[in-house]
Ligand binder design. Sequence first.
Ligand SMILES: [Zn+2]
Length: 340
Amino acid sequence: MGFNFLIGQEAVKSRLKSITSNKGSCSLLFSGPEGIGKHLFARETAKAFLCKEPKADGACGSCPSCRYIDAGTHPDFIEVEPTDGRKNIRIADLRTIIGDAEVKPQISERKVIVINADKTSSDCQNLLLKSLEEPAAHLVYILLCSDTSRLLQTILSRVTELPFNSYTNDEMITILRNNGASDESEERLKFLTAFSSSIPGKALSLLKDPEFIEERDHIFDLVMRMPKLGYTDVLYDEYQYFDKNNDKIDELLLLLIWTLGDIAAAYAVPDPKDLKNSDKRDEITDFVSENRALTLINISNAENAVTEFIKASKVNVSFESNCCNMLLQIHKELKYEKNS
Ligand SMILES: [Zn+2]
């Protein structure tokens, strides 16, 4: 193993290689959105710090220390999360962990404590601060945080921050394929990459979420079916779908905008590159050939209907009238051929 086996985050890896080769205590902060890979990197960093025969690239992966970490039984490696379904880490638990951490390590030369800082109250942070101010020489802290504005300034001034950046498309596809999506097409993984803003954890949970798959297909098909739908189908069935999924309206609107955008791209040029729904390219092409009389102006007007919905939903307009209005506008534009 070693840092080179992890995909992406080259800047973080390069700094970690140098940091973990130094002796002495240190306190790190991994910052970046949830699902970006902070836990995975923290585990590899701990391995590098505790490894009996570290290499230039980090942990050896085969010494007893590395094997204990893989098995989840290393006595000098502690991951701190809330227990018993609590929202935050209990201050009493953290006090015990910090107290134990001050005692010398058992099998490695150091101890590594990884703390999910998103789950720390200000009391917890104050307790942690005392240990960060005068850490025992063997102690390494790694704080994981998706929103550093939640952390006390005094904590931020005591840690070395390593910000995690987004992954490239190729890195994302490799990560997804290595994590259970080996059978998925590249086009589908590209869609998930875009929809998850290149956050692997989010893309992987969408991939396994049947509700999301249903939603995505429903909205895509809705646009494809729109020219054939009657006024009442739109006003009753389709409105009801949006009403039932009101809590996920932001996702539905994004899917709607993406599908309309893809149609616009397919009307503008014969074989457009970079479709959002590139795994549904054939259906988009069929739509264009079946609805020749539509123009880019119609599609642009349909896209505007979504923008108008978003604007109106910020003022006090009822969801029902706003949503029906949007759907009817889109319907009117995409049914152009039959009206004319
Ligand atoms: Zn090792």
